[in-house]
Design a protein around this ligand. Structure first.
Ligand code: CP3
Length: 342
């Protein structure tokens, strides 16, 4: 079994596996050249292009896993939500969801109908990929925040107001998003994805109590559905230093952590019955090689040779990141040998 899948299962590995969130994207000159001709959603409609973009970082960086090239907004296409993806900011929803009539306009997402090219790409990638393929989806809270705010947000004021004041509408929206995400992940797994990651990127906006009430029950249903497939699941969010216990309780074989907490402190909170992924600050790839190496070594040393650490950044690769720095980091992680475990 590959070192990435072994680490997901907390089995011993020959070297620490490493991959990067957003490894396939704007930091890559090849991707930027392709984007000059096609929009992101156009790329997602061509399985050969999806496979090409997905596999480029595996070939060029030497990472231990591929992540399917898509976006968390893809299921919204099938739900009948009109939006555009703006570079540098993200999804902009033409008509945000604010009341029961808006909710009624959402359709169930049928992956085989709406995104068959992406699913074909999963099979295509599996035929030639030398490393496991990770499928992914957005978690209900993070998707709901885009639908309600209409775009990126700092404070999530409308989302929080709706969640607290209209329990029925919140439950209706979160239930639909839970179903869409579950269908999307199950379809990716059925076509060959060997692990999945649930991105709850913005859930760190919630207190532990509100997370447990308003977000965890929906994410938990998704992890229960994935568990039936036997494929390992990664549960990721940012700003979640105070939520790690609750996130682990909602589910995931691997918990993803950002850089705002020491990896050792995070792992103790999550519990050693789970694997951990992260937690290097992505901006360190723009620092000097010496500083980058020292901080990467610090992350590795905090894992203390315990099986089940997947090296990654605390969030996605920044567009300004030089490819050579990523290659050097992969080499550094692979060369690292932990001090004897006590
Ligand atoms: O290798 C990979 O990880 C690339 C595949 C990928 C994309 N989006 C492509 C993309 C993945 C895993 C995502 C997930 C995603 N999308 C998340 C969760 C991860 C995270 O960063 O928290 C979120 C919140 C989104 C929503 C989204 N889509 C945003 C915020 C943006 C703008 C980002 C920016 O800085 O421009 C997008 C657009 C997007 N999705 C781009 C890419 C490569 C860049 C713009 C483009 O190429 O058109």
């Amino acid at each position: 079994m590959s070192r990435f899948l072994l680490a997901c299962r907390r089995q011993p590995v020959d070297r620490t596996p490493v991959w990067f969130m957003r490894q396939a994207g704007r930091s890559q000159p090849g991707y930027r050249a392709l984007r000059a001709r096609y929009s992101l959603l156009e790329i997602c409609r061509h399985s050969d292009l999806v496979a090409e973009v997905t596999l480029a970082p595996v070939e060029q960086l030497g990472v231990d896993a591929a992540i399917l090239f898509a976006d968390i907004t893809v299921p919204l296409l099938g739900m009948g939500v009109a939006f555009d993806l703006r570079e540098g900011s993200g999804p902009h929803i033409h008509r945000p969801v604010r009341d029961a009539a808006d909710l009624e306009r959402l359709h169930p997402f049928e992956p085989e109908e709406t995104v068959h090219a992406l699913l074909d790409a999963v099979r295509l990638i599996r035929r030639s990929a030398p490393v496991p393929l990770i499928g992914f989806a957005g978690a209900p809270f993070t998707l709901a925040s885009y639908l309600i705010e209409g775009g990126p947000s700092r404070e999530f004021l409308r989302t929080k107001a709706l969640m607290r004041e209209d329990r029925r509408l919140w439950d209706g929206l979160m239930t639909r998003l839970t179903e869409a995400t579950t269908s999307f992940l199950r379809a990716q797994i059925a076509h060959g994805a060997q692990a999945v990651q649930l991105f709850d990127s913005w859930v760190g906006a919630l207190s532990p109590r509100e997370y447990a009430v308003y977000a965890a029950p929906y994410s938990r249903r998704i992890f229960e559905a994935v568990r039936e497939t036997g494929v390992p699941a990664i549960h990721f969010g940012t700003g979640t230093s105070g939520l790690l216990r609750e996130m682990a309780s909602a589910g995931g074989d691997v918990i993803g952590v950002d850089w705002r907490i020491g990896l050792d402190v995070a792992w103790a909170q999550i519990g050693y019955d789970r694997a951990i992924q992260g937690n290097l600050d992505p901006s360190l790839l723009l620092a000097s090689p010496e500083v980058l190496r020292a901080e990467a070594e610090d992350v590795l040393s905090r894992a203390a040779g315990r099986p089940g650490h997947i090296f990654n950044l605390g969030h996605g690769v920044l567009p300004e990141t030089p490819q050579q720095r990523l290659r050097d980091l992969v080499e550094f992680v692979h060369a690292y040998r932990p001090a004897a475990v006590v």
